[in-house]
Design a protein. Structure first.
Length: 398
């Protein structure tokens, strides 16, 4: 399928300079931002810390959450509200592994004190684990004289937890009377639950804990993986084409990576393991797009297409233009959908894909290809100079 029939765009003429200027501006802005902020903003995967995903029935302001947690936790706390939901991501660092073991408990107890109305000795159904629910029910049903076997209790507790954690509730029961829908629930048991439990204002959806030492190791491994990938691709392309092709492709991919990381810094987004995965995906994606163009340049050179090297490169880009637009366009639609609808957890990953696809597509045309043309023109200029010097008559000694 071809979108354009024999296109003749002058990519290496006037069209090239706006993109080169844009790349220079984005690169400069990203480097300045990284320098001012002391480097990228790493997530807890690389720095160590705890990340708690909370979902509220009615979300309090982020400043109120931060203020409440600072009363118990001394380390830096970041509270990020998730748009179009009542969800909040709370992250905090810790200097040693031992401190991380108590972070979750401190967060839950502090948030309970601040945002859950105290109801005496009642247990919060929305934050209590299944084992705690089972123990409280066993004790309460025994006092109420309700005959219940261990198997029946285990089945009922499992059904209550499943009902609570299934969408659309997703961990939040707003009214205990709704538990009447749970299989095995009787009016007598429901009455006991009303006496022993209450529906809290929030639930803990997930907790991630990474030690500082492990985070530092992961950060170094991520850097090594990216560098090894670039080096391996340089060797591969130099073997398949010429060394200058490999250099041009690696420079283009490095350009894509720098701009993407720079935009992460400018927008204050964290870099975690999912972002590294996206960057490696983009390295392969951009490299593949560049190789397709280079392969067409090589074919046209073998076929002896007339014209200067600049004309051949420009022709090759036009010949692969339809393929580039189809591939990049469809991939971009997938990435932008993931960015819009993927939620907070996939936000960094999808943002890297969206930026990388845009930058990686035009870098194959306006970064890698001009480097080839510049080098070929430079090499030809040297050959002409050497040939002229060879034919010049030697000075005659008198």
């Amino acid at each position: 399928m071809e979108i354009f029939k024999q296109p003749k765009f002058d990519f290496l003429g006037r069209m090239m300079w706006p993109f080169i200027i844009l790349s220079l501006l984005l690169t400069a802005a990203g480097i300045v931002s990284l320098a001012v902020k002391g480097g990228p903003k790493y997530g807890i995967d690389f720095t160590g810390g705890a990340l708690v995903d909370l979902n509220f029935i009615k979300r309090p302001p982020a400043d109120a959450i931060r203020s409440a947690l600072h009363q118990k936790i001394s380390s830096e706390i970041e509270v990020q509200e998730v748009t179009n939901s009542q969800e909040v991501m709370v992250s905090t660092g810790a200097r040693d592994d031992g401190a991380l073991q108590v972070v979750r408990g401190d967060m839950i107890s502090t948030l309970n004190s601040a945002f859950n109305k105290s109801e005496g000795t009642k247990l919060d159904l929305n934050t209590a684990p299944q084992a705690a629910i089972s123990d409280r029910l066993r004790e309460a049903l025994g006092k109420a004289g309700v005959g219940f076997s261990d198997d029946q209790l285990a089945s009922l507790t499992k059904a209550i937890a499943a009902y609570r954690d299934t969408p659309p509730r997703s961990g939040l029961v707003t009214n205990l009377d709704d538990l009447a829908q749970v299989p095995g629930m009787t009016p007598q048991i429901l009455n006991v639950i009303r006496q022993e439990f209450f529906p809290g204002n929030f639930t803990v959806r997930s907790v991630e804990i990474v030690g500082p030492k492990i985070g530092a190791d992961l950060r170094q491994q991520a850097i090594n993986v990216v560098l090894i990938a670039l080096a391996a691709m340089l060797v591969y392309i130099a073997f398949r084409f010429e060394w200058i092709y490999g250099v041009a492709a690696v420079i283009a991919v490095f350009h894509d990576t720098i701009i993407t990381i720079g935009l992460f810094s400018l927008f204050g987004k964290e870099i975690d393991l999912t972002v590294i995965a996206a960057l490696l995906t983009l390295v392969g994606y951009s490299m593949n797009d560049t190789i397709v163009t280079f392969d067409r340049i090589r074919e046209n050179l073998k076929l002896g297409v007339r014209g200067s090297f600049t004309d051949i490169v420009n022709l090759s880009i036009n010949q692969t233009l339809s393929r580039t637009i189809l591939t990049s366009g469809l991939t971009f639609l997938t990435a932008i959908s993931l960015f819009i609808f993927g939620g907070q957890v996939l936000n960094g990953f999808s943002f890297a894909l969206v930026v990388g696809i845009i930058v990686g597509t035009y870098s194959s045309i306006f970064v890698a290809s001009p480097i080839l043309v510049f080098w070929r023109n430079l090499a030809q200029g040297r050959k002409v100079s050497d040939s002229r010097a060879a034919v010049m008559p030697k000075a005659v000694k008198r």
